[in-house]
Design a binder for this molecule. Structure first.
Ligand code: ADP
Length: 276
């Protein structure tokens, strides 16, 4: 076993087991090893993600400290302070997303109560429109009757992440469509369509990995943490839903969360359960 290299993935115990006999117990530790490697990668990534804004921040602080009081115009000083505020904001967003992920992993998955998704979409839409600052058009079609059995704070972060991504990865002048509708199988779909930069087919399967970005510079410059889609996928899974991603490079993308019929509440069902 050892010579064949299998000892790395099998933990092996040999124990005397009666006269002339041995009991061999093997345990496949491939999965444990994989989890351990994922954990190590995650810690390394978090450290790196934290260090980058901190390095930039402390660089600016030192520059300002070293400069004589009259060396900078008010405008230059404000420019430096804006850049510093942006780095601090990126760190705050990263910590907030890490806390969301950690709470998704540590809280038990309860069925929850009927959530009025349209209210969550409207809140997210207000934030996305503020981020867009009038540079995109929004077409919004929401079925007011559909609710989802689940957790409203979790659903809010998934709904919001897909919308802010649409803004961040769509150049000015682009169009964003938001749909909340029933599906033919009795389920419900939340869809965000954009006319943005799109994604190469080879990258699509990796998008929900933590800290995976197609273009690191672009993601950082627009305040991305690299965790938004990992969170959205996790939230979808906790609601028995799937995150579906379709995209054409240079043309745009459609990100959908598809809920099964078992999670959908219609007005009649509400007589039986209190709304959240
Ligand atoms: P980030 O904070 O970097 O946006 P996400 O997990 O939300 O992290 O997304 C991961 C990556 O997926 C992004 O860095 C980007 O490359 C790509 N991506 C996400 N949404 C879109 C979109 N609507 N259009 C094009 N690329 C996208």
């Amino acid at each position: 076993l050892e010579r064949g290299g299998l000892a790395r993935t099998l933990s092996l115990h040999l124990a005397p087991y009666g006269v002339g006999q041995f009991l061999m117990v093997t345990r496949d530790i491939t999965q444990i090893e994989r989890l351990e490697n994922t954990r190590k990668d995650f810690v390394a990534n978090v450290s790196h993600e934290m260090r980058t804004p901190l390095t930039v921040l402390s660089g600016f602080v030192e520059t300002l400290q070293d400069m004589p009081g009259d060396a900078l115009t008010d405008e230059q000083r404000r420019h430096y302070l804006d850049l510093m505020a942006q780095q601090a904001h990126n760190m705050q967003a990263l910590v907030a997303d890490l806390l969301t992920l950690s709470s998704l992993e540590s809280t038990p998955n309860r069925e929850g109560a009927p959530v009025l998704v349209t209210a969550l979409v409207r809140t997210a839409l207000a934030q996305a429109q503020a981020l867009s600052a009038g540079q995109h058009t929004f077409d919004v079609r929401l079925d007011e009757t559909l609710r989802i059995l689940g957790q409203d704070t979790e659903l809010a972060s998934a709904v919001g992440n897909l919308l802010t991504n649409a803004v961040r990865y769509t150049p000015a002048g682009g169009a964003i469509t938001v749909l909340w509708e029933s599906t033919p199988d009795g389920g419900a779909a939340y869809r965000v369509r954009d006319t943005g930069i799109g994604i190469e087919p080879a990258d699509i399967p990796r998008l929900t990995e933590r800290f995976f970005r197609v273009d690191r510079g672009r993601s950082r410059a627009t305040g991305g943490t690299g965790l938004g889609l990992a969170i959205a996928k996790h939230v979808a899974m906790r609601h028995e839903a799937t995150l579906d991603i379709r995209s054409t490079p240079g043309k745009g993308s459609v990100f959908s969360i598809l809920f099964p019929a078992a999670r959908v509440c219609r007005p009649d069902d509400l007589l039986r359960a209190p709304a959240q």
